[in-house]
Design a protein around this ligand. Structure first.
Ligand code: GLN
Length: 478
């Protein structure tokens, strides 16, 4: 039944409406696929029993009966929540994240918890304390991170959609590595309530699907205003409405030349982006080559801001309130042993770096300076959007890499965020769509980046591109 495995949400909705399949049958089918294929790709930390899944979403809505999986840093009431870390072993979420709540209200079936990098820190999925998720396109390669399990599950045809989270690119990068559509909307559009904080000023929930339409549909289900998140700027609307086969009249696209020709850019990726640009021209867009110079500084800026915020956010995991608690004599020993045993190496390194860049005597040199550059990055984008409607650039500079490839050069791993993290720093929306394959049959992603609240435009342009190409119709075979 390969057909059902890779059916889009739009197709599954029709099948359910026409009663060609029932909710229960579809759910059992997805759970069966996890049982059969997940031992190989290890995308899920847990798959729930089907009756509890159905019971959790009693209402009907725009995602009625459509199964999906959430990254394990998004709270689902009564379910475990580990952020793929040992420090949260045994912790159960006492409330639903607003995104989970909204999904249940729209009838979506939340089938489990997806593996990820520990506390969403990584670009490959390799920092999870529990599992090593494989890329369904090539099992010797990473699926991309940090939303590794969320991407692998959709790419392997286990579920049609998933939620991931982004601090610097963790939805768009795995989407690109796995031939999926991955979106990161404007900061605040999706509530962060119930998303375990990594870098609060950079954190977003994002959506992974096989098509642009499906992505817009899931966003329509989860975006909402929220009194529980003081940074919420949520707007509830139907994001699928803008989708047509055509580009908007008079559309001007800016190609970010300094990203496309950046040092280390894989030539097959660059060629795929150039080919995509000619598709936009054929569809009637005016294309301008521009530079957004501050993108070159975004990875360094992100490195400092994210570590600083992580050090502060992760101080709450002290053995008192959540999960693991070391059994020792004194309170101080309890704090230090719990954190020593509970956090993995990557997380500990980031906490140390974060405290360093915030420390007296260094904060001006690092943290404050990074925040000034951050303001310049945002200003650079605002300036670019005065003359063009949206930007096109690569999502990544190299295709999905082998496990362990960056074990000795961690900084090179951090540079995987070079083209994605500027949108997190600037709070602007961006989506990655499939745009080709390397000669080794590894997926390539193209990124569309727009001004604040331009999600509908990004979806419209992404959808028109998707209709003019066939990349999204190619599936990983397990
Ligand atoms: N790779 C980046 C990091 O490790 C991005 C992670 C993310 O977006 N959650 O910080």
């Amino acid at each position: 039944m390969a057909e059902l495995a890779f059916a889009t949400i739009a197709e599954l909705k029709k099948k359910l409406e026409k009663k060609e399949i029932s909710k229960q049958e579809l759910l059992s089918y997805c759970i069966g696929r996890f049982k059969k294929h997940d031992p190989q790709i290890e995308s899920a930390l847990e798959i729930f029993d089907d009756q509890s899944v159905i019971k959790a979403s009693p209402q009907d809505g725009i995602l009625s009966g459509i199964p999906g999986i959430l990254k394990d840093n998004i709270a689902q009431k009564g379910r475990k929540l580990t952020c793929s870390s040992k420090i949260l072993q045994g912790f159960t979420a006492t409330y639903d994240a607003t995104a989970s709540h909204n999904l249940k209200k729209e009838g979506a079936l939340l089938v489990g918890r997806a593996n990820c990098d520990e506390f969403a820190m990584g670009s490959s999925g390799e920092t999870s304390a529990y599992k090593k998720t494989k890329n369904p396109w090539n099992l010797a390669r990473v699926p991309g991170g940090s939303s590794s399990g969320s991407a692998a599950a959709v790419a392997a045809g286990l579920v049609p959609w998933s939620l991931g989270s982004e601090t610097g690119g963790s939805v768009r990068l795995p989407a690109a590595f796995c031939n999926l559509v991955g979106s990161k909307p404007t900061y605040g559009l999706i509530s962060r309530y119930g998303l375990v904080a990594y870098g609060s000023s950079l954190d977003h929930i994002g959506v992974l699907t096989r098509t642009v339409y499906d992505n817009a549909l899931v966003l329509s289900a989860i975006a909402s205003p929220d009194v529980h998140d003081s940074s919420s700027r949520g707007v509830k609307k139907d994001y699928t409405k803008s989708l047509t086969e055509k580009l908007p009249n008079g559309l001007t696209i800016g190609i970010v030349d300094n990203a496309l020709h950046a040092k280390g850019m894989n030539s097959e990726i660059a060629a795929a982006i150039e080919k995509a640009i000619s598709v936009f021209e054929k569809l009637g867009a005016t294309v301008k080559r521009i530079n957004v110079p501050t993108i070159d500084y975004s990875a360094a800026t992100y490195f400092i801001v994210s570590r600083a915020e992580a050090a502060s956010n992760l101080s709450r995991f002290d053995g008192v309130r959540y999960g693991l608690r070391a059994d020792v004599d004194t309170l101080e020993q309890m704090y230090s042993k719990t954190r020593h045993n509970g956090f993995g190496t990557e997380v500990k390194t980031r906490i140390i770096v974060g405290n360093y860049v915030l420390s007296a005597g260094y904060a001006g040199q690092f943290y404050e300076k990074a925040n000034m550059v951050r303001a310049m990055i945002r200003a650079d984008f605002v300036k670019a959007f005065k003359n063009i409607d949206l930007l096109v650039m690569p999502t990544h500079s190299i295709p999905a890499f082998k496990f362990g490839e960056f074990d000795v050069d961690k900084l090179a791993m951090d540079l995987q965020d070079s083209f994605t993290c500027s949108a997190n720093l600037a709070h602007i929306p961006a989506i990655s769509v499939p745009c080709g394959f390397t000669s080794d049959k590894l997926p390539i992603g193209l990124q569309l980046v727009g001004p604040d609240f331009s999600e509908e435009l990004l979806f419209q342009v992404g959808h028109a591109y998707e209709q003019a190409t066939d990349w999204h119709k190619q599936y990983a075979s397990l």
